[in-house]
Design a protein around this ligand. Sequence first.
Ligand code: F0G
Length: 461
Amino acid sequence: MPDQDQGWPLAEPYKTKMIEWIDLLPPAAREDAIRRAGYNPFKLLAQEVYIDLLTDSGTSAMSQEQWGALMRGDESYAGSISFQDLQASVRDVLGFPLVLPTHQGRAAEHVLFRALVKEGDLVPNNLHFDTTKAHVLNRGAEPVDLVVSEGEDPEGDFPFKGNVDLSRLETLLRDAGARVPLVMVTVTSNQNGGQPVSLENLRGVRALATRYQKPLFLDAARFAENAYLIQQREAGQASRSVAEIAREMMSLADGCTMSAKKDPMVNIGGFVALRSEDLYRSVRDFGILYEGYATYGGLAGRDLAALAQGLRESVMQRHLAYRTAQVAELHSALRAMGVPVMSPVGGHGVYIDAGRMLPHIPQGSFPGWALSIELYRERGIRGVEIGTVMAGRNQTTGDHDYPALDLVRLAIPRRVYSQAHLSQVAEACRRILARRDSIPGYRFTFEPPTLRHFAAEFEPL
Ligand code: F0G
């Protein structure tokens, strides 16, 4: 089944029913706006941004079916019909019998880790997302990243750069198994470009987890994109449906944490899904303490209803075929014009290697940050630096904790921007590339002690 007709331009598989105007401020007004924001795109006002690619989280457009479900949301405090609908959806799409709603993904991590992780533990993952890492640390435990070495190479075309290095996982479980409360795998792996994990690799992780008697959890925020990339890239998977592949991925795990703001396309929401009644009971007690009663978990009934429907839509073939093709087209357009991008393309965005795009800016003058400012100055586009500024300072030396790469992520919200919008993004990158030698680095004028990228202020050098 070809996902897109060969030879025809890519087109959205839906039409627009409700619109929101967006404005491109004139160049001088953009200049003013970014200066007022202390050269920090996080401090721009939404109406000052033309194309907002800061994140694909909570920014997707809901379908008419989701809006319809939202109107039927049942706001009963306990035992809500919308909760039952979510339960049915989680059973159908993911195959887990038990679900505990939470207000978003990090809350799911919080309540799960409260129940399972204790001081001195080691938590393996392919690559921890920031909040997952923070919640492991918050329990006094240590996050251990075990992604395959290909996953650290921004260029090679290895198709599953999210894979776990099974021999390193085995060594950890063999040598320090007593300190490992659970194994986690992030699908897709956000930290290195939205890279998928293969089914074969997940089966390998499952086998090790079983051998060492550890529960396996998926950080499932982008599980549907992962399943689609398995269908497209893994030998023997092309004839299976995405829904079937997604269920097999989940069948290998004991549970998952979900940020439903990504693939399930809601503006707020998350959950922990589980198989074990015992574990459910202990996670539920923390859920009630921190989130809300077990059948709403910090969400309105209407949020649960929209989520139940969004989860069903997340594994639709035509949705994923278009979504991933849209991201891939931006990736190839940038690559063709010589913009260094992380390859192969992942599921939810394009990651530009700003260190290589702006080689005249030393890492200490923040090339990724500089590129994110130029995107705004050029065309009102907001991306996010994933580089030296975000990495923060080394606790012992006090110097910047230099990451291997200074990246800018252009995350594409689902069902929001058209191909024409993304052509504007590509054209902006082309113009920036043409004048790159004149682009300045930045220095702090205000540097907060933690999570500095959110509140810092800068000046151009
Ligand atoms: N796991 C992954 C892989 C994520 O990408 C995120 C959020 C979370 C967990 C936490 O979920 O935001 O609902 O609490 N990622 C967002 C992003 C913020 O922009 O990539 P949350």
